[in-house]
Each structure stands twice: as C-alpha cells, then as structure tokens.
Design a protein around this ligand. Sequence first.
Ligand code: SAH
Ligand code: SF4
Ligand code: F3S
Length: 434
Amino acid sequence: MKYHIVTYGCQMNLHESEKIAGVLKETGYTEPSSLEEADIIVFNTCCIRENAENHAFGNIGALKKLKREKKGLLIAVGGCMVQEAGKAKLLKDKFPFIDILFGTHNLNELRALIERKKAQKKSVISLLEERGETEDGVTPVRTSYPNAWVNITYGCNNFCTYCIVPYVRGRERSRRAEDILGEVQALVSEGYKEITLLGQNVDSYRGEDGTTFPELLDRVASIEGKFRVRFMTSHPKDFTEELVAVMKKHDKICKHLHLPVQSGNDRILKLMNRRYTREKYLSDLALLRREIPDCEVTTDLIVAFPTETEEEFEDTLSLVEEADLSSAFTFIYSPRTGTKAAEMEGRIDEDVAKDRITRLIALVNAKTREKSAKYVGRTVEILCEDFDEKKGMYLGRDEYGRMGYFKSDKCRIGEFVDLKITEANGISLYGEEA
Ligand code: SAH
Ligand code: SF4
Ligand code: F3S
C-alpha cells in the first residue's frame, strides 16, 4: 500500500509531513508514490496567506475524478487550514469526497482515524483545541537528508496582529531539553550532517528546568561529531547577547541569522504588535556584527499592512539597505479572519500593494546579487545535499545559506566540500573543488 503527501507552508509543516509519513508507515502504507498510484493521499495544509489556501483548495478539488475512478482510495486533509475556525466544515461541504479531516494537534491520531473511516461510510472529522503533550511518539520518515528538522517548541504566544499561527497552532509549548538532545544525538549518530532546530519563536524556548534557548543551543552544538546547527525562527524582541555569544563560541553553528523584521517603520511595527523598534533591530544587528563580522542576516517583510503610507513603506526599503540584509522573503499583507489586523480600517489598494512589493523585490534582489558577487574567489565549505539533473551538477548550501553548485564524477550527497567560487549568479554560487 502506497501513500502520497502534499505539503504546503513552512518548515514546521515539512517536518510534520515526515511525521505523518511515520504514522502511515505504522498503519501499513509502506512506500511513497506518485499521486495517481497512491492508496492514500494526505494534504498537509497552510493558511498563513490567502494564496496558500487557494492552492490547497484547487488541488484538493482536482482529486474528485481520481477518487471516483479509484475504489478504496482514501483522501485525508490535515494541518493549519483545517484547524482554522469553520474551515473543516467548509472543506467537508465543498469536497464531500474527503474521507478524513484532522487538525494540527492530532496527527498521531491519524492511524485510528484511518481505521475508523475504513469501518464507516461517513467521513471522519477530528480536531483538538489544544495539546499539552510535547512528544508525538512517532518516528518520522525523514526526507531531507543530510538535514534533519528537530522541533524545540510548538505553537506561538506572540499574536502579531496579522498572523493566524497562534490560532491554529495553539499556545507555545517547549519540549524537554533532554528529549531534544537525545534526538539530536541519535540523528548525528545516524549520519545526519545538519540539524535545524524549529519553533515559531525559538528564542522564547524554556526547558522544564528553565533552560533558555542560548543554553539549549550551546548544549546541542557541544554534541560530538562533524555537523552543522541551524535554527529558525528568531524574534527580534527576544534577541540577546547570550545568543550571539553562543553563536560565536561554536563553529558548528552556522553564521546565519534569519531575523524577521516585517517592517522598517515604528508606527507599523506597533500596529503589528511586534514589540521592538527599527532602532532596536539595527542596534542588535550592530552588536551581532561586532562579535561575528561575517554573519549573514536574512529577514521576512510584509508590505501594504493596513494604513501603511508610501513614506512608511520607504522606511522598509531604507531598512533593507541600512541593516545590510542578504536576502528576504517578501509578502503582500493578506487579511486572515479572526486576527486583529483583519478588523483594521485602511486596507491598501491592490495596485499600490503590487507596486510596493515589486520595488521591494527589486531592491532585495540587488542586495543579494551584490553580496553574492563578493564570494567570487573565496573558498566556502558547502554541505552537498542534492544533484541537479538539469544543470548536471551537485549542490549544497554554505553556512550562510547560499546555494553552491559544482561538478563531480561521484556522488557527494552528505559530504562537506570546499568550493572555490568562480562565478556568482543571484543567490547561487558556482565553483570548483578546492
Ligand atoms: N514564526 C515565524 C514565522 C511566521 S510565518 C516568525 O514569526 O517569523 C512566516 C512569515 O509570513 C512571517 O514572518 C510574515 O512575514 C509572513 N506572514 C504571516 N502572516 C501574514 C499575513 N497575514 N500576510 C502576509 N504575510 C504574513
Ligand atoms: Fe505569527 Fe508573530 Fe507568532 Fe511569528 S511570532 S508565528 S509572525 S504571531
Ligand atoms: Fe506554517 Fe502555514 Fe501553519 S506557515 S505554521 S503551515 S499556517
């Protein structure tokens, strides 16, 4: 019996799909397959912006024919969109052929839900409000070797006014430090070369014994072996000197900080409930670069938040320059029902929003190119993670997060390779083995 999982959204969801695959395996679905060949298709959805939802709606709708033609095919839909108020019912009404609907707090229940569905005609819906438990009791089927994702926190307490995550992922819960360290140790012994610690806001991690995030990071990076450590996402309001000190102390910790700023204007930051100012963001980065001069910083940016003026948008443009950011994920504000911002007056016209994001993307791309060009002639260590069929080249990221491509006549996936960079093209670097 075969399974196919379609994943939308963030790294958290990618990892959750690995856990869903783990549950499916225990249920007797042993092999991943194409959509057409699968005996069960699982959608792991996202609702962060409207277009994420539209994609899922479109692709679930397209399964109607397959479901009709293939007897015994099960279709399950889970994740953030299902957990959103009223969405499970909407999905069920719109697509009555969905067999199972589950939320963000009960993926470990999926096996029982599948069995229930097999015993009844009616579709099965199961949603939990909250979950105290921080261990899933599931062995994930990992698909991102040589990288492994490791949860440190679940949920979020920040309630940024635009964001749906706290509503669909629940209150913040930290895993026990011992559980995290045990998992990382096992992964390193199995040969994983990069560990990415995951949380909506990693900095607010608090272990059972009061362990802070910098302390946890220090302990993770102290585990023996040759591997890299990454973490995401950090929140500027929780940025500390202790974090910088630990990043500086360990070569294993990548010199890359993803620090979403969202806007460069204080009035907008306040409306977003981000709880820091432009100045605090800039002074934190100054501290970081004093201690670790080559650390690269990337960010997330939202344009056209309700009431944002042209001048306020220009503050975001100038921040990208002033903060010397290497790259950014850029988004047009998308109203999410149930959040505070969705109730705010002063929605920005779509054309204005599109113009702003176009200008922002042009600036961010120029910054990325300018930074990449400086790598030509340097030697960087990349961790080879894949082979690009089209280019006929192996690829992997350096510690700063840039993709490096190179030719090799034997498989190098999972190896650290020193690359002398000969060419830079946008975010990609090309090189030869040094
Ligand atoms: N917890 C992380 C990630 C949140 S989602 C963090 O706080 O950074 C990833 C990004 O999506 C956010 O940083 C934000 O830039 C963007 N985002 C979230 N809600 C959004 C919305 N309603 N409209 C547009 N972008 C949004
Ligand atoms: Fe959303 Fe803010 Fe929490 Fe990030 S920190 S998940 S943007 S509420
Ligand atoms: Fe991630 Fe989307 Fe949920 S960004 S937490 S999958 S709403």
